[in-house]
Design a binder for this molecule. Structure first.
Ligand SMILES: CCCCCCCCC/C=C/C(=O)SCCNC(=O)CCNC(=O)[C@H](O)C(C)(C)COP(=O)(O)OP(=O)(O)OC[C@H]1O[C@@H](n2cnc3c(N)ncnc32)[C@H](O)[C@@H]1OP(=O)(O)O
Length: 311
């Protein structure tokens, strides 16, 4: 992480500092101006701007107003505190840029979208670290789920747990049609529990019955299965993923921003407000849960299992 990053991490981690959804910003501010009819990305004489930090590469196509956030944190794009901090900073930059109206989240790592929360951040750390880490996880979700922009997950690899949450928080999910790629909230398999806002986000996408079964069993669904249960909206060949994601965003951006944004707010507000109202309590719950010896043992065993699988 760059030298300034710890300061930024603390800034994000400070209670009440940035959460999009505790301020009217995401929904209350004037709608982004639509720059005329959306144009097919391939037809544009585009000007691309890119910025990058250690873990995220951002490219903004100024012609279409569509940005791509490429996760590039080898080996598996795990969501560490550093990663989450850099992610939130990048997303905030885009959110504050009125020329950016849509974002595609995808991975620069072959075969893996994101392996979810970095398990090592939840093992044998101090209470202060757990609080800071969990606040950063909350922050990522609040920012993506509450974003004013059109958000599309272009899922070009496996996406367990926190990786799945990132995809679930978008407006639309497109997955590469590779049956080897899987996605789901598999927390139960690790001996841990998906928090209520993971669960709420999941229920809002797939419905109560499918979510209940999938969560209890900690299912990782293959790409075709994910399509069948509505966890992803469509499958496309991997090489077409980016173009398809841009085309979907262009279609969504054809509508007046204010109508789309107010509708999104109406659909998501209840779930967002629930976490905003109970943020500190949720952090305390996380700390009480994760510091249990039995939970630490489960996580340790899971990490060992990952190592053994590798041979
Ligand atoms: C009341 C309620 C309160 C709240 C209660 C608490 C709520 C917590 C909610 C938790 C949410 C989560 O996201 S928990 C995280 C869940 N994630 C997972 O289960 C994913 C586990 N990983 C995998 O399945 C695989 O690694 C996968 C991503 C498919 C890639 O497989 P590959 O074969 O390509 O690669 P691997 O060899 O397995 O992994 C490469 C290296 O990356 C490491 N690695 C893999 N995933 C990792 C991860 N998530 N965190 C850290 N490290 C990880 C491996 O150990 C290897 O390390 P080396 O051996 O050193 O190279």
């Amino acid at each position: 992480m760059a030298a300034v990053a710890p300061t930024l991490a603390r800034r994000i981690a400070r209670p009440g500092m940035l959460p999009l959804c505790s301020r009217p910003q995401a929904w209350g501010r004037a709608a982004r101006q639509s720059p005329g009819l959306p144009r097919a990305p391939s037809l544009l004489l585009t000007q691309r701007r890119a910025f990058s930090n250690n873990k995220i590469l951002v490219e903004l196509d100024e012609g279409s107003g569509i940005a791509t956030m490429k996760l590039k944190s080898p080996p598996v794009n795990s969501l560490s505190l550093d990663f989450l901090t850099e992610f939130c900073i990048s997303l905030e930059k885009l959110e504050n840029n009125r020329g950016c109206r849509g974002v595609i989240f995808t991975s620069a790592i072959p075969k893996i979208f994101s392996s979810g929360l970095d398990i090592t951040e939840m093992c044998r750390k101090s209470t202060e670290h757990y609080a800071e880490f969990w606040r950063a996880v909350q922050e990522m979700w609040l920012r993506v789920y509450g974003s004013n922009m059109v958000t599309v997950a272009a899922i070009n690899g496996s996406s367990p747990a926190g990786g799945c949450l990132l995809a679930l928080s978008c407006d639309y999910r497109i997955m590469a049609e590779n049956p080897k790629f899987s996605i789901g909230l598999n927390e139960a398999q690790l001996g841990i529990v998906a928090p209520f806002w993971f669960k709420d986000t999941f229920v809002n996408v797939v419905g109560h019955r499918v979510a209940e079964r999938s969560l209890q069993l900690g299912c990782l669904h293959s790409a075709p299965e994910a399509l069948r249960i509505g966890l992803v909206d469509e499958l496309v060949p991997e090489e077409k993923l980016q173009d398809k994601a841009a085309a979907v965003i262009a279609q969504w951006l054809a509508l007046p921003d204010h109508a789309r944004q107010l509708t999104k707010s109406m659909m998501r507000k209840l779930v967002l407000d629930r976490l905003v109202a109970h943020r500190e309590e949720d952090i305390q719950n996380f700390i009480s849960f994760i510091t249990k010896e039995s939970i630490q043992k489960s996580l340790h065993m899971y990490m060992e299992m990952l190592k053994k699988k590798k041979g």
